[in-house]
Design a protein around this ligand. Structure first.
Ligand code: PRP
Length: 194
């Protein structure tokens, strides 16, 4: 297991951080009804758990985006837009990971034009070492090392999103050759990291 992937955050560590973040949002937004927006697909699992940790009347909405061209240029296409207007709403954009920050920066710009009452970010993982665009992340789960990470919503070739924990991949070449190389190992490791 350790040669191919290593546990970075166990399910219990993630649960604790999600509880803390939900508690902070509950305190900060007392008396208000924030809209928690999930950016599909990776953020969906975190969004679902975070919602259950927020003890307020909340609203939810979803966005789906795709990057233009190869690599992260920061220009994204909105594949599925929000269902509802966010004018005068307190909006929290929920992301699984912020890497270069280009995606988030573009999304924040787009959402700001819709004139919400407030707009904040809640990200589970912050790969701050990779940041290109300065960003203010109000709620942050973990300062994540600059490694390839999988699990809890984060994928490789669409696999591994359903792991309840997060791993760093030690053998990227092996995973590229066989996208399911980690599946059996992580299945057997699963019980230990729940
Ligand atoms: C991830 C993440 C952000 C983006 C961050 O999405 O959810 O949207 O990358 O990268 P950046 O800070 O360098 O712009 P991804 O493209 O992996 O899509 P997915 O959520 O559908 O897996």
């Amino acid at each position: 297991m350790e040669e191919l992937a290593s546990i970075l955050y166990t399910a219990e560590q993630i649960r604790e951080r999600v509880r803390d973040l939900g508690g902070a949002i509950t305190r900060d937004y007392a008396g208000r009804e924030p809209v928690l927006i999930s950016v599909l697909k990776g953020g969906a699992m975190f969004h679902a758990d975070l919602l259950r940790a927020v003890d307020l009347e909340t609203k939810v909405d979803f966005m789906s985006i795709s990057s233009y061209g190869a690599g992260s240029s920061g220009v994204v296409r909105i594949v599925k837009d929000l269902d509802d207007d966010i004018l005068n709403q307190d909006v929290i954009l929920v992301e699984d990971i912020v890497d270069t920050g280009l995606t988030l920066s573009y999304l924040l710009g787009t959402l700001r034009e819709r004139e919400p009452a407030s707009l904040e970010v809640c990200a589970l993982l912050d790969k701050s070492a990779r940041r290109i665009t300065p960003l203010d992340i109000r709620y942050r789960g973990f300062d994540c090392p600059d490694r390839f990470v999988l699990g809890y919503g984060l994928d490789h070739d669409e696999y591994y999103r359903n792991l309840p924990f997060i791993v760093t991949v030690e053998d990227m070449a092996g995973l590229e050759r066989d996208p399911l190389a980690l599946a059996a190992l992580l299945e057997s490791a699963g019980e230990r990291y729940r």
